[in-house]
Design a protein. Structure first.
Length: 279
């Protein structure tokens, strides 16, 4: 009996938690436009004050995009390091297009949280308040905490291992190079271009590598373009070779059929010969 009561209580708690989260998410969405308007009003006020003081000649600030509304990408808290890092990169690009205070950046980012991300963030702030710890109030601190939560410590090590084992295989040259480049960026690999070119060559299929190694190149882009041309040439030769083989095979069969027909032994007729009577 007590077990059923606990089960019902857990269900009621889950329902209440879902309702609270839904209500909080709705309120955040409703206040999002107001937050943007308040930030815009503050920026306009600062700009007018600068113009009144004669600062910057009344012109636009450098490194800013005026009059363009940029949407913050949503974040649901999916346990995928690459998804989080992509979200962080996008939001950093948006922040770089305008001048936001650190606290404003944090509020704009949180306004687009939903699902697990919203639940996790609210729990984090409540626990800090309960433990009398300072709340997270800056974008820099928020990034540090989110990376700790969504990017495992082994992420970079796994990327380096994957990069070390990377080879072309069934991929095209362009696809293979892009995968190598993305892994190097994600793993923050900084190396001499000569090392990168050697890494690229080592992972190529042998039929392509054997031809490319005989050519001259000084930069990675030059090496990539020549490798793509070699790949295209080998594909054309392969198609031509297959076509030639198919033609030769069919001609041999046709000739064989012709020889067999010309050398065939005539089949005797079953009709008896007619003899003329002598008069």
């Amino acid at each position: 009996m007590s077990g059923g009561g606990e089960h019902q209580l857990d269900g009621a708690q889950r329902f209440l938690l879902d309702a609270l989260n839904a209500q909080m998410q709705r309120l955040l969405r409703e206040n999002n436009e107001e937050l943007y308007e308040r930030i815009e009003r503050l920026e306009n006020r600062e700009r007018h004050e600068e113009e009144r003081r004669g600062g910057n000649g009344g012109g636009p600030r450098p490194n800013r995009i005026e009059g363009v509304k940029l949407n913050i990408p949503p974040f649901k808290g999916k346990s995928d390091p690459e998804a989080y890092l992509e979200w962080e990169l996008k939001i950093e690009h948006i922040f770089s297009c305008n001048t936001y205070e650190e606290a404003q950046k944090l509020k704009l980012a949180v306004a687009e949280f939903s699902d697990y991300a919203l639940v996790w963030w609210n729990k984090l702030q409540r626990e800090r308040a309960r433990n009398e710890e300072p709340l997270v109030e800056t974008w820099v601190e928020m990034k540090r905490i989110m990376r700790k939560r969504y990017v495992p410590a082994s992420y970079t090590r796994d990327l380096k291992f994957k990069l070390q084992k990377l080879s072309q295989g069934s991929k095209g040259v362009e696809e293979y190079y892009k995968e190598m480049e993305v892994l190097m960026i994600q793993a923050k690999i900084e190396e001499d271009e000569e090392v990168t070119m050697a890494r690229f060559l080592n992972g190529l299929n042998s039929d392509i590598r054997d031809v490319v190694e005989l050519q001259e190149f000084v930069e990675m882009e030059d090496l990539l373009h020549k490798t793509i041309r070699v790949e295209q040439q080998l594909k054309r030769k392969g198609v031509a070779k297959r076509s030639s083989t198919n033609y030769g095979s069919s001609s041999w069969k046709d000739k064989g059929k012709g020889v067999a027909t010309s050398n065939a032994t005539p089949i005797p007729s079953k009709t008896p010969p007619k003899f003329q009577e002598q008069s």
